[in-house]
Ligand binder design. Sequence first.
Ligand code: TXA
Ligand code: MG
Length: 349
Amino acid sequence: MNRETHVFHTNREDLERAAQLLREGQTVAFPTETVYGLGANALNPEAVKKIYEAKGRPSDNPLIVHIARLEDISQLVTHIPEKAKLCMERFWPGPLTLILPCTDRVPSAVTAGLDTVGIRMPDHETALQLIALAGIPLAAPSANSSGRPSPTTAAHVLEDLSGRIAGVVDGGAAGVGVESTVLDVTGDKPMILRPGGITREMLQELLGPVGIDPALSDAGIAPKSPGVKYTHYAPKGTMFLIEGEHDVDKIVELARAARHDGKKVGILAAAEDADAFRSVFSEEEGAVILEAGSRHDLSTVASRLYDAIRTFDHHGVELIYAQTYSEEGVGLAVMNRLRKAAGHRVIFS
Ligand code: TXA
Ligand code: MG
């Protein structure tokens, strides 16, 4: 498809028009509390196919189905384990996707042929209204071109998908900034397949022990969540993570050397260290310094991460040096995305 992508606002009339397009089998991107999603009727295989085409997404990577009311789940799953019920009560609407055994009503285009389906109820007024107005569950992956950072604004969506999708609902910036936690509740022990907005600590408090898919920390094991294996969130430049106590000095040294070679350099700094970098490099010198957020509030890092990666691209940065964060709470999701963005290139200081 190559036609104009319509930009809708969040008023009732616009949402009804967007919902109409979805009912007709078109794709429309919409805001959620995590990132923007690219929606299509989850029960219509032809509509779902358009998502894969627009994104250039590999077809073995299943989609998350978004619902607005708990009743909507009965047509999608064969049964709901007790632990899943507890999660729904506590965390829905919210950034938690539950992997559940699916019915035949869910097309294999959504599940990529698996016998499970990922479902979530987003905690976002506009998303909930749009799903309710459309009257259908919406399959929606992040609304980026496959491999690019997930979009946290409508502008990011248009940057990647303009002319390839029927519309986008502009609801301002997404809040959480990293995607939902994907939790497999089909086995005895709940397993995190992708860390996200609902943390392992929060889940364990409710459910007892919660595992983490070993593939997340070992590149040699095939992940249970197919999407996790692909290169993701990648900037156009090459990114390195700098770990250890002397990270500021190390980054200054590396950035100076790269500047010396005539490279355009980016530094993704914690709020606490940004001034230290700014006092060494000025922008005219070809170093772009962006603040990721505070070490003391990792939710700020989560919410700015993808926008920062896209901003480095806009500046044509060739090499990016990023500081790293604690893996507590949402830090686990932040570090998971940073490692992937950096293609697992880590330098110790
Ligand atoms: O926050 C989010 O989850 C966003 C917003 C739009 O809701 N969506 C999102 O979708 O991140 P996507 O397609 O970018 O990522 C979906 C992830 C992939 O890693 C996929 O492999 C996994 O969920 N997934 C979906 N269905 C699955 C299933 N049945 N079994 C295992 N993993 C599944
Ligand atoms: Mg994605």
